[in-house]
Design a protein around this ligand. Structure first.
Ligand SMILES: NC(=O)c1ccc[n+]([C@@H]2O[C@H](COP(=O)([O-])OP(=O)(O)OC[C@H]3O[C@@H](n4cnc5c(N)ncnc54)[C@H](OP(=O)(O)O)[C@@H]3O)[C@@H](O)[C@H]2O)c1
Length: 330
């Protein structure tokens, strides 16, 4: 996969981003409990390492740490763009609206949320504004109207969705098209631990519609890196696609074998490259420079068809994913 452009946004970025959920959400990710090594300084190292590796896409959400991930990203943006304003044009800053069912005035709520996100990020516009999941009681037409109004107001360049099924993607794509706005992306859980978006045809449909699939939890919340095993499980339950670690070990073993054929590339590099070679854009979280450098190692090379086949054969469909049960979609 070449560099990627999100329809509606003129910035071209590498087909790999960085997810910032763990940056601000210490409650979910255990910072200050098991993970005492993550600080805003290590996060800043991850930021700089990612920028130096040519990464331009950063994903966040209003609900991550109740806005804390956006605040941290905002401080990092200020430190970099403050020194060199021209860098802003090379970045795609993506955040999300939480469309809670009680937000019946969805246009008003979305505008208010987006303005609050912009305040935390210290920006006058984001590049991609996403609906976090299909949980609103309002119609696709109402959601599309709210998104189109945000574009018209210049508060975002492109708009996307997350955790949308094929049918939901088609519906919002059509409603946005009526308003002259392209649907730029659908952010879904996609990895060697959850191949489901491929087997259901969601990836293919996104490609037909010109919608960029963004893959979240692409290294299985750390479990595809090889550092966690059945005998050394993750310190805190990693809730998405929570397969028994014995099954995860089998996937990591194949990723390790494939990486050995590429000068010893790590399981994370292979897991992320597999996603890129399938036409999706992974956004792994990285909490420090080492993780960011390892993840960025997925850029600039490719798997061959036999390697992709070997990984396909061992990949798990992920039907027992927490995310899948929660959203019941995608
Ligand atoms: N739209 C949605 O509903 C949704 C849902 C979930 C996530 N997301 C987005 O997707 C992003 C990524 O997903 P995620 O954070 O759930 O999972 P992930 O990217 O698969 O895993 C990230 C975690 O793995 C560990 N890690 C990362 N790189 C590593 C490396 N190279 N070596 C060793 N360990 C490494 C770190 O945790 P430890 O060091 O603690 O192991 C890190 O926090 C999020 O930040 C967020 O932006 C979106």
């Amino acid at each position: 996969m070449d560099d990627v452009m999100f329809p509606g946004c003129p910035t071209t970025v590498a087909p790999l981003g960085v997810g910032t959920w763990a940056w601000g959400d210490s409650k979910t990710w255990g910072m200050g409990t098991y993970d005492r090594s993550t600080t805003e300084a290590t996060i800043a190292d991850a930021w700089r390492t990612s920028l130096d590796a040519g990464i331009g896409l950063f994903d966040t959400a209003e609900i991550y740490g109740s806005g804390e991930s956006e605040r941290i990203l905002g401080r990092l943006l200020r430190s970099t763009v403050g020194e060199d304003p021209s860098r802003r044009d090379s970045l795609v800053v993506a955040t999300k609206f939480w469309p809670a069912p009680w937000k019946l005035d969805v246009a008003g709520a979305l505008r208010q949320s987006l303005e609050a996100s912009l305040g935390r990020l210290g920006l006058d516009h984001v590049d991609l504004y996403q609906i976090h999941g299909p949980i609103s009681l309002r119609s696709a037409a109402a959601m599309a109207e709210a998104l189109a109004a945000a574009v018209a107001a210049g508060l975002t360049r492109a708009v996307g969705v997350s955790n949308y099924s094929i049918r939901e993607t088609e519906r919002i794509h059509a409603e946005l098209a009526k308003r002259g706005v392209p649907l730029a992306s659908n952010q879904i859980e996609y990895s060697l631990l959850r191949r489901r978006p491929e087997t259901t045809g969601l990836l293919r449909r996104c490609s037909e519609l010109g919608v960029v699939p963004i893959a979240y939890s692409p290294i299985g919340q750390g479990r595809l890196t090889g550092k966690y095993t059945a005998s050394n499980p993750p310190p805190k339950a990693r809730g998405f696609s929570a397969h028994p670690m014995e099954a995860v070990d089998r996937v990591v073993a194949v990723a390790r074998e494939v990486g050995a054929n590429h000068d010893g590339r790590t399981p994370s590099e292979v897991a992320l490259r597999w996603i890129i070679d399938k036409g999706a854009v992974p956004i792994p979280g990285a909490k420090n420079a080492n993780q960011a450098a390892d993840n960025a190692g997925a850029l600039g090379w490719s798997l061959d068809p036999a390697e992709i086949e070997a990984l396909d054969a061992v990949a798990l469909d992920g039907t027992n994913s927490f995310a899948n049960r929660f959203w019941q979609h995608g």
